[in-house]
Write a protein that binds this ligand. Structure first.
Ligand SMILES: [Zn+2]
Length: 215
C-alpha cells in the first residue's frame, strides 16, 4: 500500500516542517518509498495549498497543512492511550491500529476522546500529544546509547516501530522507569542495564531508539 496524502503531511510535520524546509530525501526515507513518487505527491499537495514546495530545496506545511497534520497526530496518540488503557492492547498493537483510526477520526471525536482520557500529555510510547493549536511540550532528551556509563536517568520515549516495540516490551522496558548503563560490550555490542533494579540486556541498535532524560 502506498502512503496517502495524510501520511505525507504527518511525515513533513514530524520532520520539522512546521518551521523549516524538509528535503524530499528525508520524506522518502521516512515513508520508505522512491524519491520520484515523493516529488509527484508533493506537487499535488502544493496545488491543494497544503504545503509550500521549493524544487531542490524542500517543503514545509502551510497553515492548512499544519491543521491536518496536527489532527492526525493528536488522533493517533489519543487512540493509543485509549487502546492500551481500556482495551488491553500491547505497545505495538496500539500503534498499528492507531495508524488506521487516525485517518477516520473527525475532530469532534478527537476532542471527546481527549476529554474522556482526561487530557493526557503523552502517548504510551512517550511522544508528546500536541495541543489543538499544534504546540508540543519538548524536554531535552538523548538516546540511551549516549548516556554516560553509570549515570542515572529515566526512559521517556521510544521510537514507534513494531519490531522494536515488541522487543522492548518483552525486555520489560516501560516509559518512566529508571535506567543506568552498567556494562557496554565492545564494538557497539549489547548494553547491560540496571532497569529499576533489574539487570536487563538490550542491543546497541535498540538503545539508539530509546530516549532518556539528559543528566
Ligand atoms: Zn505512540
Amino acid at each position: 500500500m502506498t502512503p496517502n496524502k495524510e501520511d505525507y503531511l504527518k511525515a513533513i510535520y514530524k520532520l520539522g516542517g512546521m518551521e523549516e524546509l524538509v528535503s524530499n530525501k528525508q520524506i522518502a526515507e521516512t515513508l520508505q518509498i522512491a524519491p520520484a513518487s515523493v516529488t509527484e505527491m508533493l506537487g499535488k499537495l502544493k496545488r491543494e495549498g497544503l504545503i509550500h514546495y521549493e524544487p531542490y530545496k524542500g517543503s514545509c506545511l502551510t497553515p492548512e497543512g499544519i491543521q491536518v497534520a496536527i489532527s492526525l497526530v493528536r488522533g493517533h496518540r489519543l487512540w493509543e492511550v485509549f487502546l492500551m488503557r481500556h482495551l488491553g492492547y500491547s505497545w505495538s498493537e496500539a500503534h498499528e491500529d492507531a495508524e488506521l483510526l487516525e485517518h477516520i477520526t473527525p475532530s469532534r471525536l478527537t476532542a471527546r476522546l481527549d476529554k474522556f482520557l482526561n487530557y493526557p500529555a503523552y502517548c504510551p510510547h512517550g511522544s508528546a500529544i500536541p495541543h489543538p493549536d499544534g504546540q508540543i511540550d519538548h524536554a531535552p532528551l538523548l538516546t540511551l546509547n549516549l548516556l554516560p556509563m553509570g549515570a542515572a536517568s529515566h526512559i521517556r520515549r521510544v521510537k514507534e516501530e513494531k519490531e522494536l516495540l515488541d522487543y522492548l516490551q518483552e525486555s520489560g522496558i516501560t516509559i518512566g522507569c529508571s535506567v543506568r548503563i552498567i556494562e557496554a560490550a565492545a564494538y557497539e555490542g549489547p548494553l547491560t542495564l540496571d532497569l529499576e533494579g533489574r539487570r536487563v540486556q538490550i542491543s546497541y541498535k535498540a538503545a539508539c531508539q530509546i530516549y532518556v532524560d539528559e543528566t
